[in-house]
Design a protein around this ligand. Structure first.
Ligand code: NAP
Ligand code: ZN
Length: 351
């Protein structure tokens, strides 16, 4: 074991503070990674504050699952990476590799999967610690190639916000000629806009923040609707093939179901602390569907990263030193992020 500097949270109401955590020596199929940047996902905040009753938080918790770094050491059997490679790690760091989910490239659903943080750690017998840290050790299958032409600070958020929006857009067959809505212009939402636009769709952003209108257009939206304005909403009735809802809090789904065309789909990716009400009639009328979607498997994540390399897509990031993480959380709660915080881990190394 080696000690690594990190930031952890001790209780649902405490701030993140500096700490040291153990990182294992690479086993034969492990890579050790020096973390350069780690994105700040709203899920980090939900879990740091123990907001998900279905997934209680084990304390101390080191969040962070949008990791970009350089490979520093290799296990004896690693074939996929070399020392010095730029790699990304997302929400999953291990899986059994043999179950039907793994065989079908859905490692995130493996019954023996291991999440990057707040998951039982079979190596230490404790819990996994995430990317708010100077280094991490993961199985080589979960370290993905990062295209060399992209800015690493803006790549980090692709590992969660990117794949989480990419997967449902792909699954719903978004392409030229489709009309796609994206609800909530935060970390996930702004990636959804970039991807839906790059896939050729007509993209409409729904926001509660009128001040984000110009940014939404710059990010790729064709139109912006202030969702609290009923008249603006009504203009789009029955017209969307798909709406991707990234909102982190409970809100009314009927308004969005009414905007779908017949057989249209509303995909929810937000994970609010309380359940949404399902409006049965709005769902039935027009044979509409509501789906969920959780991150993506390794193959899809690599495909998304390669697509980003080809199209020059990264997240729009506000790079922060780790010492500003508690302030960043408060700003996330106010929907005040343009459009993802990315922690520069040099600030932790120098501390
Ligand atoms: P974020 O950056 O905080 O963005 C959320 C956006 O939702 C805000 O910027 C805001 O956009 C809108 N919003 C917030 N509160 C709202 C409210 N009360 N009513 C209406 N709109 C509201 O969060 P994120 O990192 O993108 O994550 C979004 C959600 O996805 C979180 O719940 C997170 O845990 C979840 N998530 C799920 C997965 C998955 O695999 N399914 C993966 C990652 C994250 P406007 O200002 O434009 O209204
Ligand atoms: Zn996330």
């Amino acid at each position: 074991m080696r000690n690594a500097k990190a930031y952890s949270v001790a209780t649902p109401t405490s701030p993140l503070t500096p700490t040291a955590i153990p990182r294992r020596e690479p086993t034969p199929h492990d890579v050790e990674i020096e973390i350069l940047f780690c994105g700040v996902c709203h899920s980090d905040l939900h879990q740091a504050r123990n907001e998900w009753s279905d997934l209680p938080t084990a304390y101390p918790c080191v969040p962070g699952h949008e990791i970009v770094g350089r490979v520093t050491r290799l296990g004896t059997a690693v074939a996929k990476h070399k020392v010095g490679d730029l790699v990304g790690v997302g929400c999953v760091v291990d899986s059994d590799g043999t179950c039907p989910e793994c065989q079908g490239h859905h490692e995130q659903f493996c019954p023996n999967g291991v999440f990057t943080y707040n998951s039982p750690d079979k190596h230490t017998g404790k819990v996994t610690y995430g990317g708010y840290s100077e280094s991490i050790v993961v199985n080589e299958r979960f370290a993905l190639r990062v295209p060399a032409n992209l800015d690493p600070a803006g790549v980090a958020p692709l590992l969660c916000a990117g794949i989480t929006t990419w997967s449902p857009l792909r699954r719903q067959g978004v392409t030229q000629g489709k009309k796609v809505g994206v609800v909530g212009l935060g970390g996930l939402g702004h990636m959804g806009v970039k991807f839906a636009r790059a896939m050729g769709a007509h993209v409409v952003v729904f926001t509660t923040s009128p001040a984000k209108t110009e940014d939404a257009l710059r990010l790729g939206a064709h139109e912006v609707v202030v969702s609290r304005d009923a008249a603006q909403m009504k203009k789009h009735t029955g017209s969307f093939d798909m709406i991707l809802d990234t909102v982190s809090a409970v809100h009314d789904l009927t308004a969005y179901l009414n905007l779908l065309r017949r057989e249209g789909n509303l995909t929810l990716v937000g994970v609010p602390d309380k359940p949404h009400a399902v409006p049965a009639l709005a769902l039935h009328f027009g044979n509409k569907s509501i789906s969920g979607s959780m991150i993506g498997g390794m193959q899809a994540t690599q495909e998304m990263l390669d697509f980003c390399g080809q199209h020059g897509i990264t997240a729009d990031v506000e790079v922060i030193p780790i010492q500003k993480i508690n302030e960043a959380y408060e700003r996330l709660l106010k929907a005040d992020v343009k459009y993802r915080f990315s922690i520069d881990m040099a600030s932790l190394r120098g501390q």
